[in-house]
Write a protein that binds this ligand. Structure first.
Ligand code: C2G
Length: 130
């Protein structure tokens, strides 16, 4: 069977996240999801996610299309994660378009269009403004 890998933070889980996961799952027989570590987000954005890595992994693991989750501890380890999980496909949102093309020697790299006008940042702003 074909194994698909995708990565994300999935903070304040929303329908954009769900649709990406559903499309990724449809590319193969088994979907493995790397959920980015709190430390990675702090390093990248200067603040921790709203939900902890344990909570974010728990939510993603409970989704019907998801077979397995793991903690993504470094953005530089994509190649070793793909090999570790025996991935045939890497699926990412098109905000990452072109960024992982160097991995196409070991997997098929697929970029999906993002769901328009939904983001964790916009959601937080919407809640704060209410
Ligand atoms: N997504 C989407 N539509 C949106 C919002 C997000 O399709 N409106 C997709 C993103 O393109 C991504 C996935 O949902 O493929 C998870 O999004 P984020 O949590 O924002 O993930 P990100 O922080 O980009 O991933 O190695 C990558 C890191 O794990 C970070």
């Amino acid at each position: 069977g074909r194994t698909v890998l995708t990565f994300g933070t999935y903070d304040v889980f929303h329908v954009g996240h769900l649709r990406l996961i559903e499309r990724a799952a449809a590319l193969g027989d088994r979907l493995v999801v790397g959920v980015s570590a709190d430390a990675l987000n702090i390093a990248k954005k200067g603040r921790p996610p709203v939900f902890s890595e344990e909570e974010r992994m728990e939510i993603v693991a409970a989704l019907k299309p998801v077979d397995e989750v793991f903690l993504e501890e470094s953005l530089e380890l994509k190649r070793s994660y793909l090999l570790r999980y025996g991935a045939d496909v890497l699926a990412m949102g098109d905000d990452w378009k072109g960024r992982f093309d160097d991995l196409s020697d070991i997997v098929e790299v697929v970029y999906f269009e993002r769901t328009p006008s939904v983001s964790t940042t916009a959601l937080i702003e919407h809640i704060v403004a209410r």
